[in-house]
Unconditional design. Sequence first.
Length: 95
Amino acid sequence: MPVRISFSMTTDTRRAARSDHLRHALDYARAAERVAELTRNGQFQLAETLAERIAELLLGEFSCERVRVEVEKPEALPDAVSVGVAIERSRDDLG
């Protein structure tokens, strides 16, 4: 079943904004690649499980303080455009 994933990462952007240099910013392209790899290679029954694993990956591999992850299943119900889950997690939530 296809899924649609959206995520945002919260971080202090002042250094990147001052320098206007990519090396001081979050690498969204790399983050998107990693999320795509996780999604392709994982076998998740629940949108909730996938969302949690994505949050763990982003918080563990990227210098962000918080993440918001949305996972939608566009074809899950015949009478709905889409169903899904949205979560927010922080570094403090990592065990």
